[in-house]
Design a protein around this ligand. Sequence first.
Ligand code: UD1
Ligand code: CA
Length: 453
Amino acid sequence: MNIIILAAGMGKRMQSALPKVLHPLAGKPLLSHVIDTARALSPSRLCVIYGHGGEMVPQLLAADDLHFARQDPQLGTGHAVMQGMHLLNDAEPSLILYGDVPLTSLHTLQKLIAIAGQDKLAVLTIDMADPTGYGRIVREDGAIRRIVEQKDATDLEQAIREVNTGIMVAPTGQLRAWLAGLSNQNAQGEYYLTDIVAAAVRDGVAVVASQPAAVWETLGVNSKVQLAELERITQGNIAHALLEHGVTLADPARIDVRGELQCGRDVAIDVGCVFEGQVKLDDGVIIGAHCVIKNAHIARGAQIKPFCHIDDATVGADSQIGPYARLRPGTALGQDVHIGNFVEIKNSQIGDHSKANHLAYVGDSTVGSRVNIGAGTITCNYDGANKFRTVIEDDAFIGSDTQLVAPVTVGRGATIGAGTTVTRDAPAGKLTVSRARQMTIEGWSRPVKIKKD
Ligand code: UD1
Ligand code: CA
């Protein structure tokens, strides 16, 4: 089948320079939600009608399977579909979706496509307690006769609660003819897609309807208020799916997933956590409150304590991170690694059983196994122009407040005394220390304040 997504509207109420359909919902543009659902239906043609916001939409969402057609000026939903007709295959029916209605489920669309078959016009409708603003479905003896827009409707018609969600399936050849016959003689001076319903009835084409399982499947975004409402609904749906999968959520209303979160068995997530991009939590992982975790893999049994920030990093099994730890891009931690409070790791590998428990910066480093990095240790990886690597071999002990001026290597089993500035390689198995010797001055006395009278 063909799928055509209408996304040219201007979204004035968003009060934003960004085209409405590019605003993110759960970390992904509204239009991308619709495109992803459309792709799951394996269409032979997938077209997007864009307009408002210039070339931003095709530039940002370009993909091999997507065809774009521009609608400028925007003269209504019927006019929008016309702009894409040259991209469609007449031998197959066409499904029309809206770029600002992001949550329609695959199942709902499959049902609509099934009732449409090859030759019927199918409309996704829904009963609304308050139908204000929507096109109303006018039936006679139960059969759909036409759709009347709010602004063109009589009082009697306005009382109808069954509304047009906008989503339709039409036989493509006839759709082409119906669109050619549209007029804009209506309250809004627009070419209404909804007028094809009366045209189908006139041509003796059966018009059928089906309904979605939930109202939110058909909700559109016209304002930031509605965007925020859909965000909550989406997050609620994601949280519900996680619970069904067996994940323990301290509060399903206080988790945000802006991407894909994959969880093993017996994973527990405390309140206030944000997951972005692709995150994988293996069996038994525990995430403390208020962590932000992006594009990361946390292996089996690892524990992330509260207030950690993890970005583009991997954490090995049984490791303990935080509270207040920051793992930056390129961090790869082995098994049973301990990273404590106010420790920042960037672009570094840390071997099994190693520890950096307090206040440290480890950047561009290769750290072996069973290494202990003392409080206040800093890898000086940057000379103002270039970055260099620090290598710390297995079983090394780095005393507190050490600076490792890269490029530098600390040999296997070496000990670095507290307060050392390591500028040359420290040999394996030995104590290296650079520190002025401590002395005590005999007979020294503290100055006292001079009294003035
Ligand atoms: C439309 C329907 C109405 C339905 C409602 C559901 C028509 C005439 N009316 O009304 O029956 O109840 O949706 O939300 O179809 N668009 C374009 N180009 C245009 C105009 C719109 O691409 O020239 C796109 C918009 O970006 C949006 C969609 O079409 O994605 C719907 O447009 P909108 O203006 O929201 O339609 P409504 O007037 O709400
Ligand atoms: Ca609308």
